[in-house]
Design a protein around this ligand. Structure first.
Ligand SMILES: C[S@@+](CC[C@H](N)C(=O)[O-])C[C@H]1O[C@@H](n2cnc3c(N)ncnc32)[C@H](O)[C@@H]1O
Length: 393
């Protein structure tokens, strides 16, 4: 029996590794805050005016901003630093995870054998990976989510957990509450006070970061997570066993899931659809409609549609499209989410697209007022507010 019970604690970076991770986190903050501000200032003061002089108008799309800003030194500096910092995030945790790989497997095997276990895991080693995941390392994470380097491997789940902490500048992921799921579940409880789901599904659940927190608002619910990636699902399953929660994880393609019609009363996702081609997005949404019970709710957290933010912010958000191995990012954001939902079967009158504050960052009064439509929603901002689209069936 393994002595370490908590899979998130199965990671012991050396002094130098910890120092490097701290440095990279701070460097990312410097790039995303300070240098970003300088780049924006340069755009407002010079690029926009130059554009106006030639075109007699300001740039009207993210693409036009991109084409005009790409030549500037500040953009090249910002973009290359950002790209390198992204690679350094994963590199800073990779060796530590390789050292722990056998221990991660051993904790997972203990979890499988735990007789008090309320969680289950169904893996399918023959599942075909769609191109949008198989052809590249999304987020520049070596091995992406799904690659396996040993039997029963969990490494990519651990990469996502610990690399994610360096990326966000928040260490000790096991002790952090998850912003999206805590915010969305609280919003649901205010917006739909009589709604009490018993069977919740997350599509693209990865390691369950944004699935487990639903139990805080709906403690009697059963959780279900679908993902393509075996290593991430093993990680999520091990977490569920050590937390003693009723959660089932399935290695399936969300475009075609095995569950019966009307199996769930709440279906959620976060940071998921922008990784998919539009064709796949439509298939997943149709599946969500099929799997929702009447009266059930679908709620997806995603990047804001390009029609809802200004051209500069579109350029800024869509950087990942060209540089972070997320080639469907811009295409997804250009969709009309109401059309997508309606095309999947939902009645237009039952669809929503709202931005809510992060529950941890906003005052309780403001959060409640936004949820109840008594205060204007916040502007989109990374980790300070969440853009949601979905529908009630
Ligand atoms: C950006 S991550 C989602 C993060 C996660 N929801 C969270 O909040 O931490 C995208 C996840 O979707 C999974 N994925 C991508 N396409 C999928 C598909 N067609 N079916 C199921 N999972 C998919 C990937 O394996 C990956 O784990």
């Amino acid at each position: 029996m393994n002595q370490i019970k908590n899979i998130d604690d199965c990671y012991n970076p050396s002094h130098d590794e910890t120092a490097r991770q701290g440095y990279i986190s701070l460097m990312r903050k410097f790039i995303m805050n300070d240098i970003s501000k300088l780049m924006n200032l340069n755009y407002e003061r010079e690029i926009k005016t130059d554009f106006y002089r030639i075109e007699s108008r300001f740039p009207s799309s993210g693409e036009e901003v991109r084409r005009s800003i790409e030549k500037t030194d500040i953009y090249k500096f910002w973009s290359s630093l950002r790209y390198n910092a992204q690679e350094m995030v994963w590199e800073s945790v990779r060796r530590g995870i390789e050292r722990e790989a056998p221990n991660l497997i051993s904790i997972y095997k203990d979890a499988l054998e735990d007789k008090s276990n309320l969680a289950t895991l169904e893996l399918d080693s023959n599942l075909e990976m769609p191109d949008y995941v198989a052809l590249r390392d999304v987020h520049l994470m070596p091995g992406c989510w799904q690659n396996e380097y040993a039997k029963d491997d969990l490494s990519q789940g651990a990469m996502y957990a610990h690399g994610g902490s360096v990326f966000r500048g928040s260490f000790m992921p096991s002790k952090k509450r998850s912003g999206v799921a805590c915010s969305v579940s609280k919003w649901l409880s205010l917006r739909y006070p009589d709604f009490s789901p018993v069977n919740i599904l997350e599509t693209g659940c990865t390691i369950g970061n944004n699935l487990f927190p639903y139990l805080e608002v709906y403690p009697n619910a059963t959780l279900n997570g679908v993902d393509l990636a075996g290593p991430c699902l093993r990680y999520a399953f091990s977490r569920a066993v050590e937390r003693g929660v009723k959660a089932h994880f399935y290695q399936q393609n969300a475009e075609k899931m095995s569950f019966e019609d009307k199996s769930f009363d709440l279906i959620v996702s976060s940071f998921f659809f922008h990784e998919l081609s539009v064709d796949s997005t439509k298939k997943v949404l149709k599946e969500c409609y099929r799997l929702l019970a009447p009266g059930g709710i679908l709620v997806n957290m995603e990047l804001p549609p390009s029609s809802q933010v200004d051209p500069y912010y579109n350029f800024y958000l869509d950087w990942d499209n060209e540089h972070n191995n997320e080639p469907h990012y811009r295409e997804f954001r250009s969709q009309d989410v109401y059309e997508l939902l309606n095309g999947s079967g939902f009645d237009l009158n039952d669809c929503f697209n709202v931005t809510i504050p992060d529950v941890g960052g906003a005052s309780a009064k403001y959060f409640n007022d936004v949820a109840l439509g008594k205060a204007p929603p916040p502007k989109h901002g990374n980790y300070t507010s969440w853009c949601l689209f979905g529908a009630k069936k």
